[in-house]
Design a protein around this ligand. Structure first.
Ligand code: ADP
Length: 631
C-alpha cells in the first residue's frame, strides 16, 4: 500500500447533472439561498447526532456542545460551513452527494421545456439542498468524518458531471463544506453580508450558528491580532417552541423552507401548543405547489417528529393519513418516550390521538383559508383537491368536514373550473328540492353535455359536474351532506319528488300507460343487452339514454375497474326512451325489421353518449348509414 492518498473518480447520476443545470440557470437571481440550504443541512446533521447520542453518549463525549460555524477566507476566496453533527463516511458521501433518491426525477426533468427550466418555482419540487452551493461556487469541497469513526474523506467537484473522493484527516467528527467562490460571487465573503443572510434565513435554527467576533482594534504601537473568538449570530431557539405572538410571518415562511426544502413560500400554516392530558406542539404547513411525485405512493411523507424538543425522525407518516400527504411540518410531543421507534409509534395510543388532533388542525386550517381567502383556497384545491378527495373513502370520522372542503364544477357556471362548494349549492336550492344532484363522467365535456342533464336544465336545477378519475370512487362513499342526500343523475329511478307538480305527475303516468306496447317492442329487440326498458323523465332533447339501476355499480365505475385490470361485474343498463321525440315516434311506426335497426341504433347512441365508446363501433356505423340512406 502506498502512502499517497488515492483519488477516486465518480460520475454523478444523470438526475444530479440535470438538476445541477436547472438550479444554476433558474436560481441566479436568488443566489444567497445557498447559505440557508447548507446551514439547514448542517442543522439536520446535528439533530441526527443528538438523537443517536441518546442511546450512545460516547459519540459526543469529546465535544458535547453542538454548533455550526461559518468562516470566510478572503485570501483563498473560500467560504466554509462547518458542523459537528453526524458526519458522513465515504459510502455516505458517494450516496448522498452523488445521487438523488426520489424515483421519477429523471423522467420529470427530461420533460421540461426551455421556459420551464428558467422557472425558479420548479426547483422547489425537488428541494434545492446541497447542490445549491454550485450557484456561487465553481468548486465545492466536503471534508467529513462520521461520528464514532476515525477516518475522514474529502469529496471534491466542480459540479460538472463528476466528483472525486480521497482519504484525509479531520480532528473531530463533523462536516466542512468549503465553497470556492466564483470571482463574481466574492460578496459572500463579506462579514456584514453573511450576518444579514443568516439573520434572514436561519434565526429559527435551534443550533447556534457562529461567526468570528470582529477583532478589537489594536492599541497604539501594537500589532493587530487576528480574530479567534466565535459568537452566535442567530437566535438559536427552535421556532415552534416560541410563542405565536413572537414569531413573524417571515420567520414562519423561512422555517417552512428549512423543513420542506421547498423554494416557494407556504400557502398557509397553523401553529398550536396544547397543554393538559396531552402535551404537544404542532406547526403544520400547506405548500403552495404540489411536488412532481405527489402521486407516487412510495414517496416519503409526514411530519418531522421531535420528543421534548429533541429531533427523533423525518417523515413520520404515522401522524397524518395518506390523503393529507401534502402537509409538511413539525410535531413535538411531551408524551412519547425519547427512544421511540417507528414500530413503537405504530402501536401507540398517543400516536393515534396525536394523529386525530393533526387531522383536525389541517382540516380546520383549510376551512379557515377557504373563508378568509377564496382565491388562495382555489389555488389549494386546484393543486391538491384530488388528493383530499381520497379522504371521503378513507376517513369516515371526518367525511363531512372533507366534503365541506370540496369544490365542484357545476351547471351553474358550465366551466371546468371547480369552484362550487356543497354549501353554495345548498344555498341555491329552491324550497321544493331536497337532494344534491351530481353527474360523473369521463371528461368535463361528457358531463356537461350529458343527456341526463336535460330535465334539470329545463327545471333550472343545478347539477354538480364531476370528471376526475377518482370522483366515481370518492362519491360512492359520500351519501349525504348537511342532511341532504347526494344523488347521481345517471343512477336509478329519477324521483324529482316535490320538484314535479300534480299535473306533471298525471301527464307522466298517462304517457307511461300509453307507451306500454312500445316498451314491449324495445324489450324484444334489446333482450339480454338491458336490465329493463322504461319511459324517461330525464330527457327533453334526446331520444334515449342508459342509466344504472339503484344500488348497482355504475357503468363508469365498472369501466374504471376493468381499466385497472380488476374483475368488474357485467352491469347491464336500464334503457330509457323519450316517447315524444321525433326519432322515437318515427321508429314506433316501422315494421318489426326496420324497428330492430332503429332500436339498436338508439341504444348504441345512448351508450356512446354515456361512455364515449362502443364495443362494436363498426356495426353501429353500418346500421347508421343504412338508416341515413333510407331517409
Ligand atoms: P436533502 O437535504 O434534501 O436530503 P441534500 O442534497 O441537501 O438533500 O443533501 C443530501 C444528503 O446529504 C442529506 O440528506 C444528508 O444525508 C447528507 N448531508 C448533506 N449535508 C450534510 C452535513 N452537513 N452533514 C451530514 N450529512 C449531510
Amino acid at each position: 500500500m502506498s502512502d499517497t492518498p488515492t483519488m477516486e473518480k465518480h460520475s454523478f447520476q444523470t438526475e444530479v447533472k440535470q438538476l445541477l443545470h436547472l438550479m444554476v440557470h433558474s436560481l441566479y437571481s436568488n443566489k444567497e439561498i445557498f447559505l440557508r440550504e447548507l446551514i439547514s443541512n448542517a442543522a439536520d446533521a446535528v439533530d441526527k447526532l443528538r438523537f443517536k447520542s441518546l442511546d450512545n453518549a460516547e459519540l459526543i463525549a469529546d465535544d458535547p456542545d453542538f454548533r455550526i460555524r461559518i468562516t470566510a477566507d478572503e485570501a483563498a476566496g473560500t467560504l466554509t460551513i462547518s458542523d459537528n453533527g453526524i458526519g458522513m463516511s465515504k459510502a455516505d458521501l458517494i450516496a448522498n452527494l452523488g445521487t438523488i433518491a426520489k424515483s421519477g426525477t429523471a423522467e420529470f426533468l427530461s420533460q421540461l421545456s426551455g421556459d420551464q427550466k428558467k422557472d425558479a418555482n420548479l426547483i422547489g419540487q425537488f428541494g434545492v439542498g446541497f447542490y445549491s452551493g454550485f450557484i456561487v461556487a465553481d468548486k465545492m469541497e466536503v471534508v467529513s468524518r462520521a461520528a464514532g469513526t476515525s477516518e475522514a474523506c474529502r469529496w471534491i467537484s466542480a459540479g460538472e458531471g463528476e466528483f472525486e473522493i480521497e482519504s484525509t484527516e479531520r480532528g473531530q467528527r463533523g462536516t466542512d463544506i468549503i465553497l470556492h467562490l466564483k470571482d463574481s460571487e466574492k460578496e459572500f465573503l463579506n462579514d456584514w453580508r453573511l450576518r444579514s443572510i443568516i439573520a434572514k434565513y436561519s434565526d429559527h435554527i435551534s443550533v447556534p450558528v457562529e461567526m468570528l467576533k470582529p477583532a478589537e482594534p489594536a492599541a497604539e504601537g501594537e500589532e493587530p491580532q487576528p480574530a479567534t473568538e466565535f459568537e452566535a449570530v442567530n437566535k438559536a431557539t427552535a421556532l415552534w417552541t416560541r410563542s405565536k405572538t413572537d414569531v413573524t410571518d417571515e420567520e414562519y415562511k423561512e422555517f417552512y423552507k428549512h423543513i420542506s426544502h421547498d423554494f416557494a413560500e407556504p400557502l398557509t400554516w397553523a401553529h398550536n401548543k396544547v397543554e393538559g392530558t396531552q402535551e404537544y406542539t404542532s406547526l403544520l404547513y400547506i405548500p403552495k405547489n404540489a411536488p412532481f411525485d405527489l402521486w407516487n405512493r412510495e414517496r416519503s411523507r409526514g411530519v418531522k417528529l421531535y420528543v421534548q424538543r429533541v429531533f427523533i425522525m423525518d417523515d413520520a407518516e404515522q401522524f397524518l393519513p395518506v390523503y393529507l400527504r401534502f402537509v409538511r411540518g413539525v410535531l413535538d410531543s411531551n408524551d412519547l418516550p425519547l427512544n421511540v421507534s417507528r414500530e413503537i409509534l405504530q402501536d401507540s395510543g398517543v400516536t393515534q390521538s396525536l394523529k386525530n388532533a393533526c387531522v383536525k388542525r389541517v382540516l380546520g386550517m383549510l376551512e379557515k383559508l377557504a373563508k378568509k381567502d377564496a382565491s388562495a383556497y382555489q389555488g389549494f384545491w386546484d393543486q391538491f383537491g384530488n388528493v383530499l378527495k381520497e379522504g371521503l373513502g378513507e376517513d369516515f370520522a371526518n367525511q363531512q368536514a372533507i366534503a365541506g372542503l370540496m369544490r365542484f364544477a357545476s351547471t351553474e357556471h358550465d366551466t371546468s373550473q371547480q369552484s362550487v362548494s356543497l354549501a353554495d349549492y345548498i344555498e341555491r336550492m329552491n324550497d321544493a328540492q331536497d337532494k344534491i344532484y351530481y353527474i360523473t363522467a369521463e371528461s368535463f365535456d361528457t358531463a356537461k353535455n350529458s343527456p341526463h342533464l336535460e330535465v334539470f336544465r329545463k327545471k333550472g336545477i343545478e347539477v354538480l359536474l364531476l370528471s376526475d378519475r377518482i370522483d366515481e370512487w370518492a362519491m360512492s362513499h359520500l351519501n349525504e351532506f348537511d342532511g341532504k342526500p347526494l344523488v347521481s343523475v345517471t343512477q336509478g329511478d329519477l324521483d324529482l319528488g316535490e320538484l314535479e307538480d300534480d299535473a306533471e305527475k298525471e301527464q307522466r303516468e298517462k304517457v307511461e300507460q300509453e307507451s306500454q306496447p312500445l316498451i314491449e317492442r324495445f324489450k324484444t329487440v334489446l333482450g339480454e343487452r338491458v336490465k329493463d326498458v322504461k319511459v324517461t323523465h330525464r330527457l327533453t332533447d334526446s331520444p334515449a339514454c342508459v342509466v344504472s339501476s339503484e344500488g348497482e355499480m355504475s357503468a363508469q365505475m365498472a369501466r374504471l375497474m376493468a381499466a385497472a385490470g380488476q374483475a368488474a361485474p357485467d352491469v347491464k343498463p336500464v334503457f330509457e326512451f323519450n316517447p315524444e321525440h321525433p326519432l322515437v315516434t318515427h321508429a314506433a311506426q316501422q315494421e318489426d325489421g326496420a324497428f330492430e335497426d332503429w332500436a339498436l341504433l338508439l341504444f348504441d347512441q345512448a351508450l356512446l353518449a354515456e361512455s364515449g365508446s362502443l364495443n362494436d363501433p363498426g356495426t353501429f356505423t353500418r346500421r347508421l348509414n343504412k338508416l341515413l340512406l333510407k331517409a
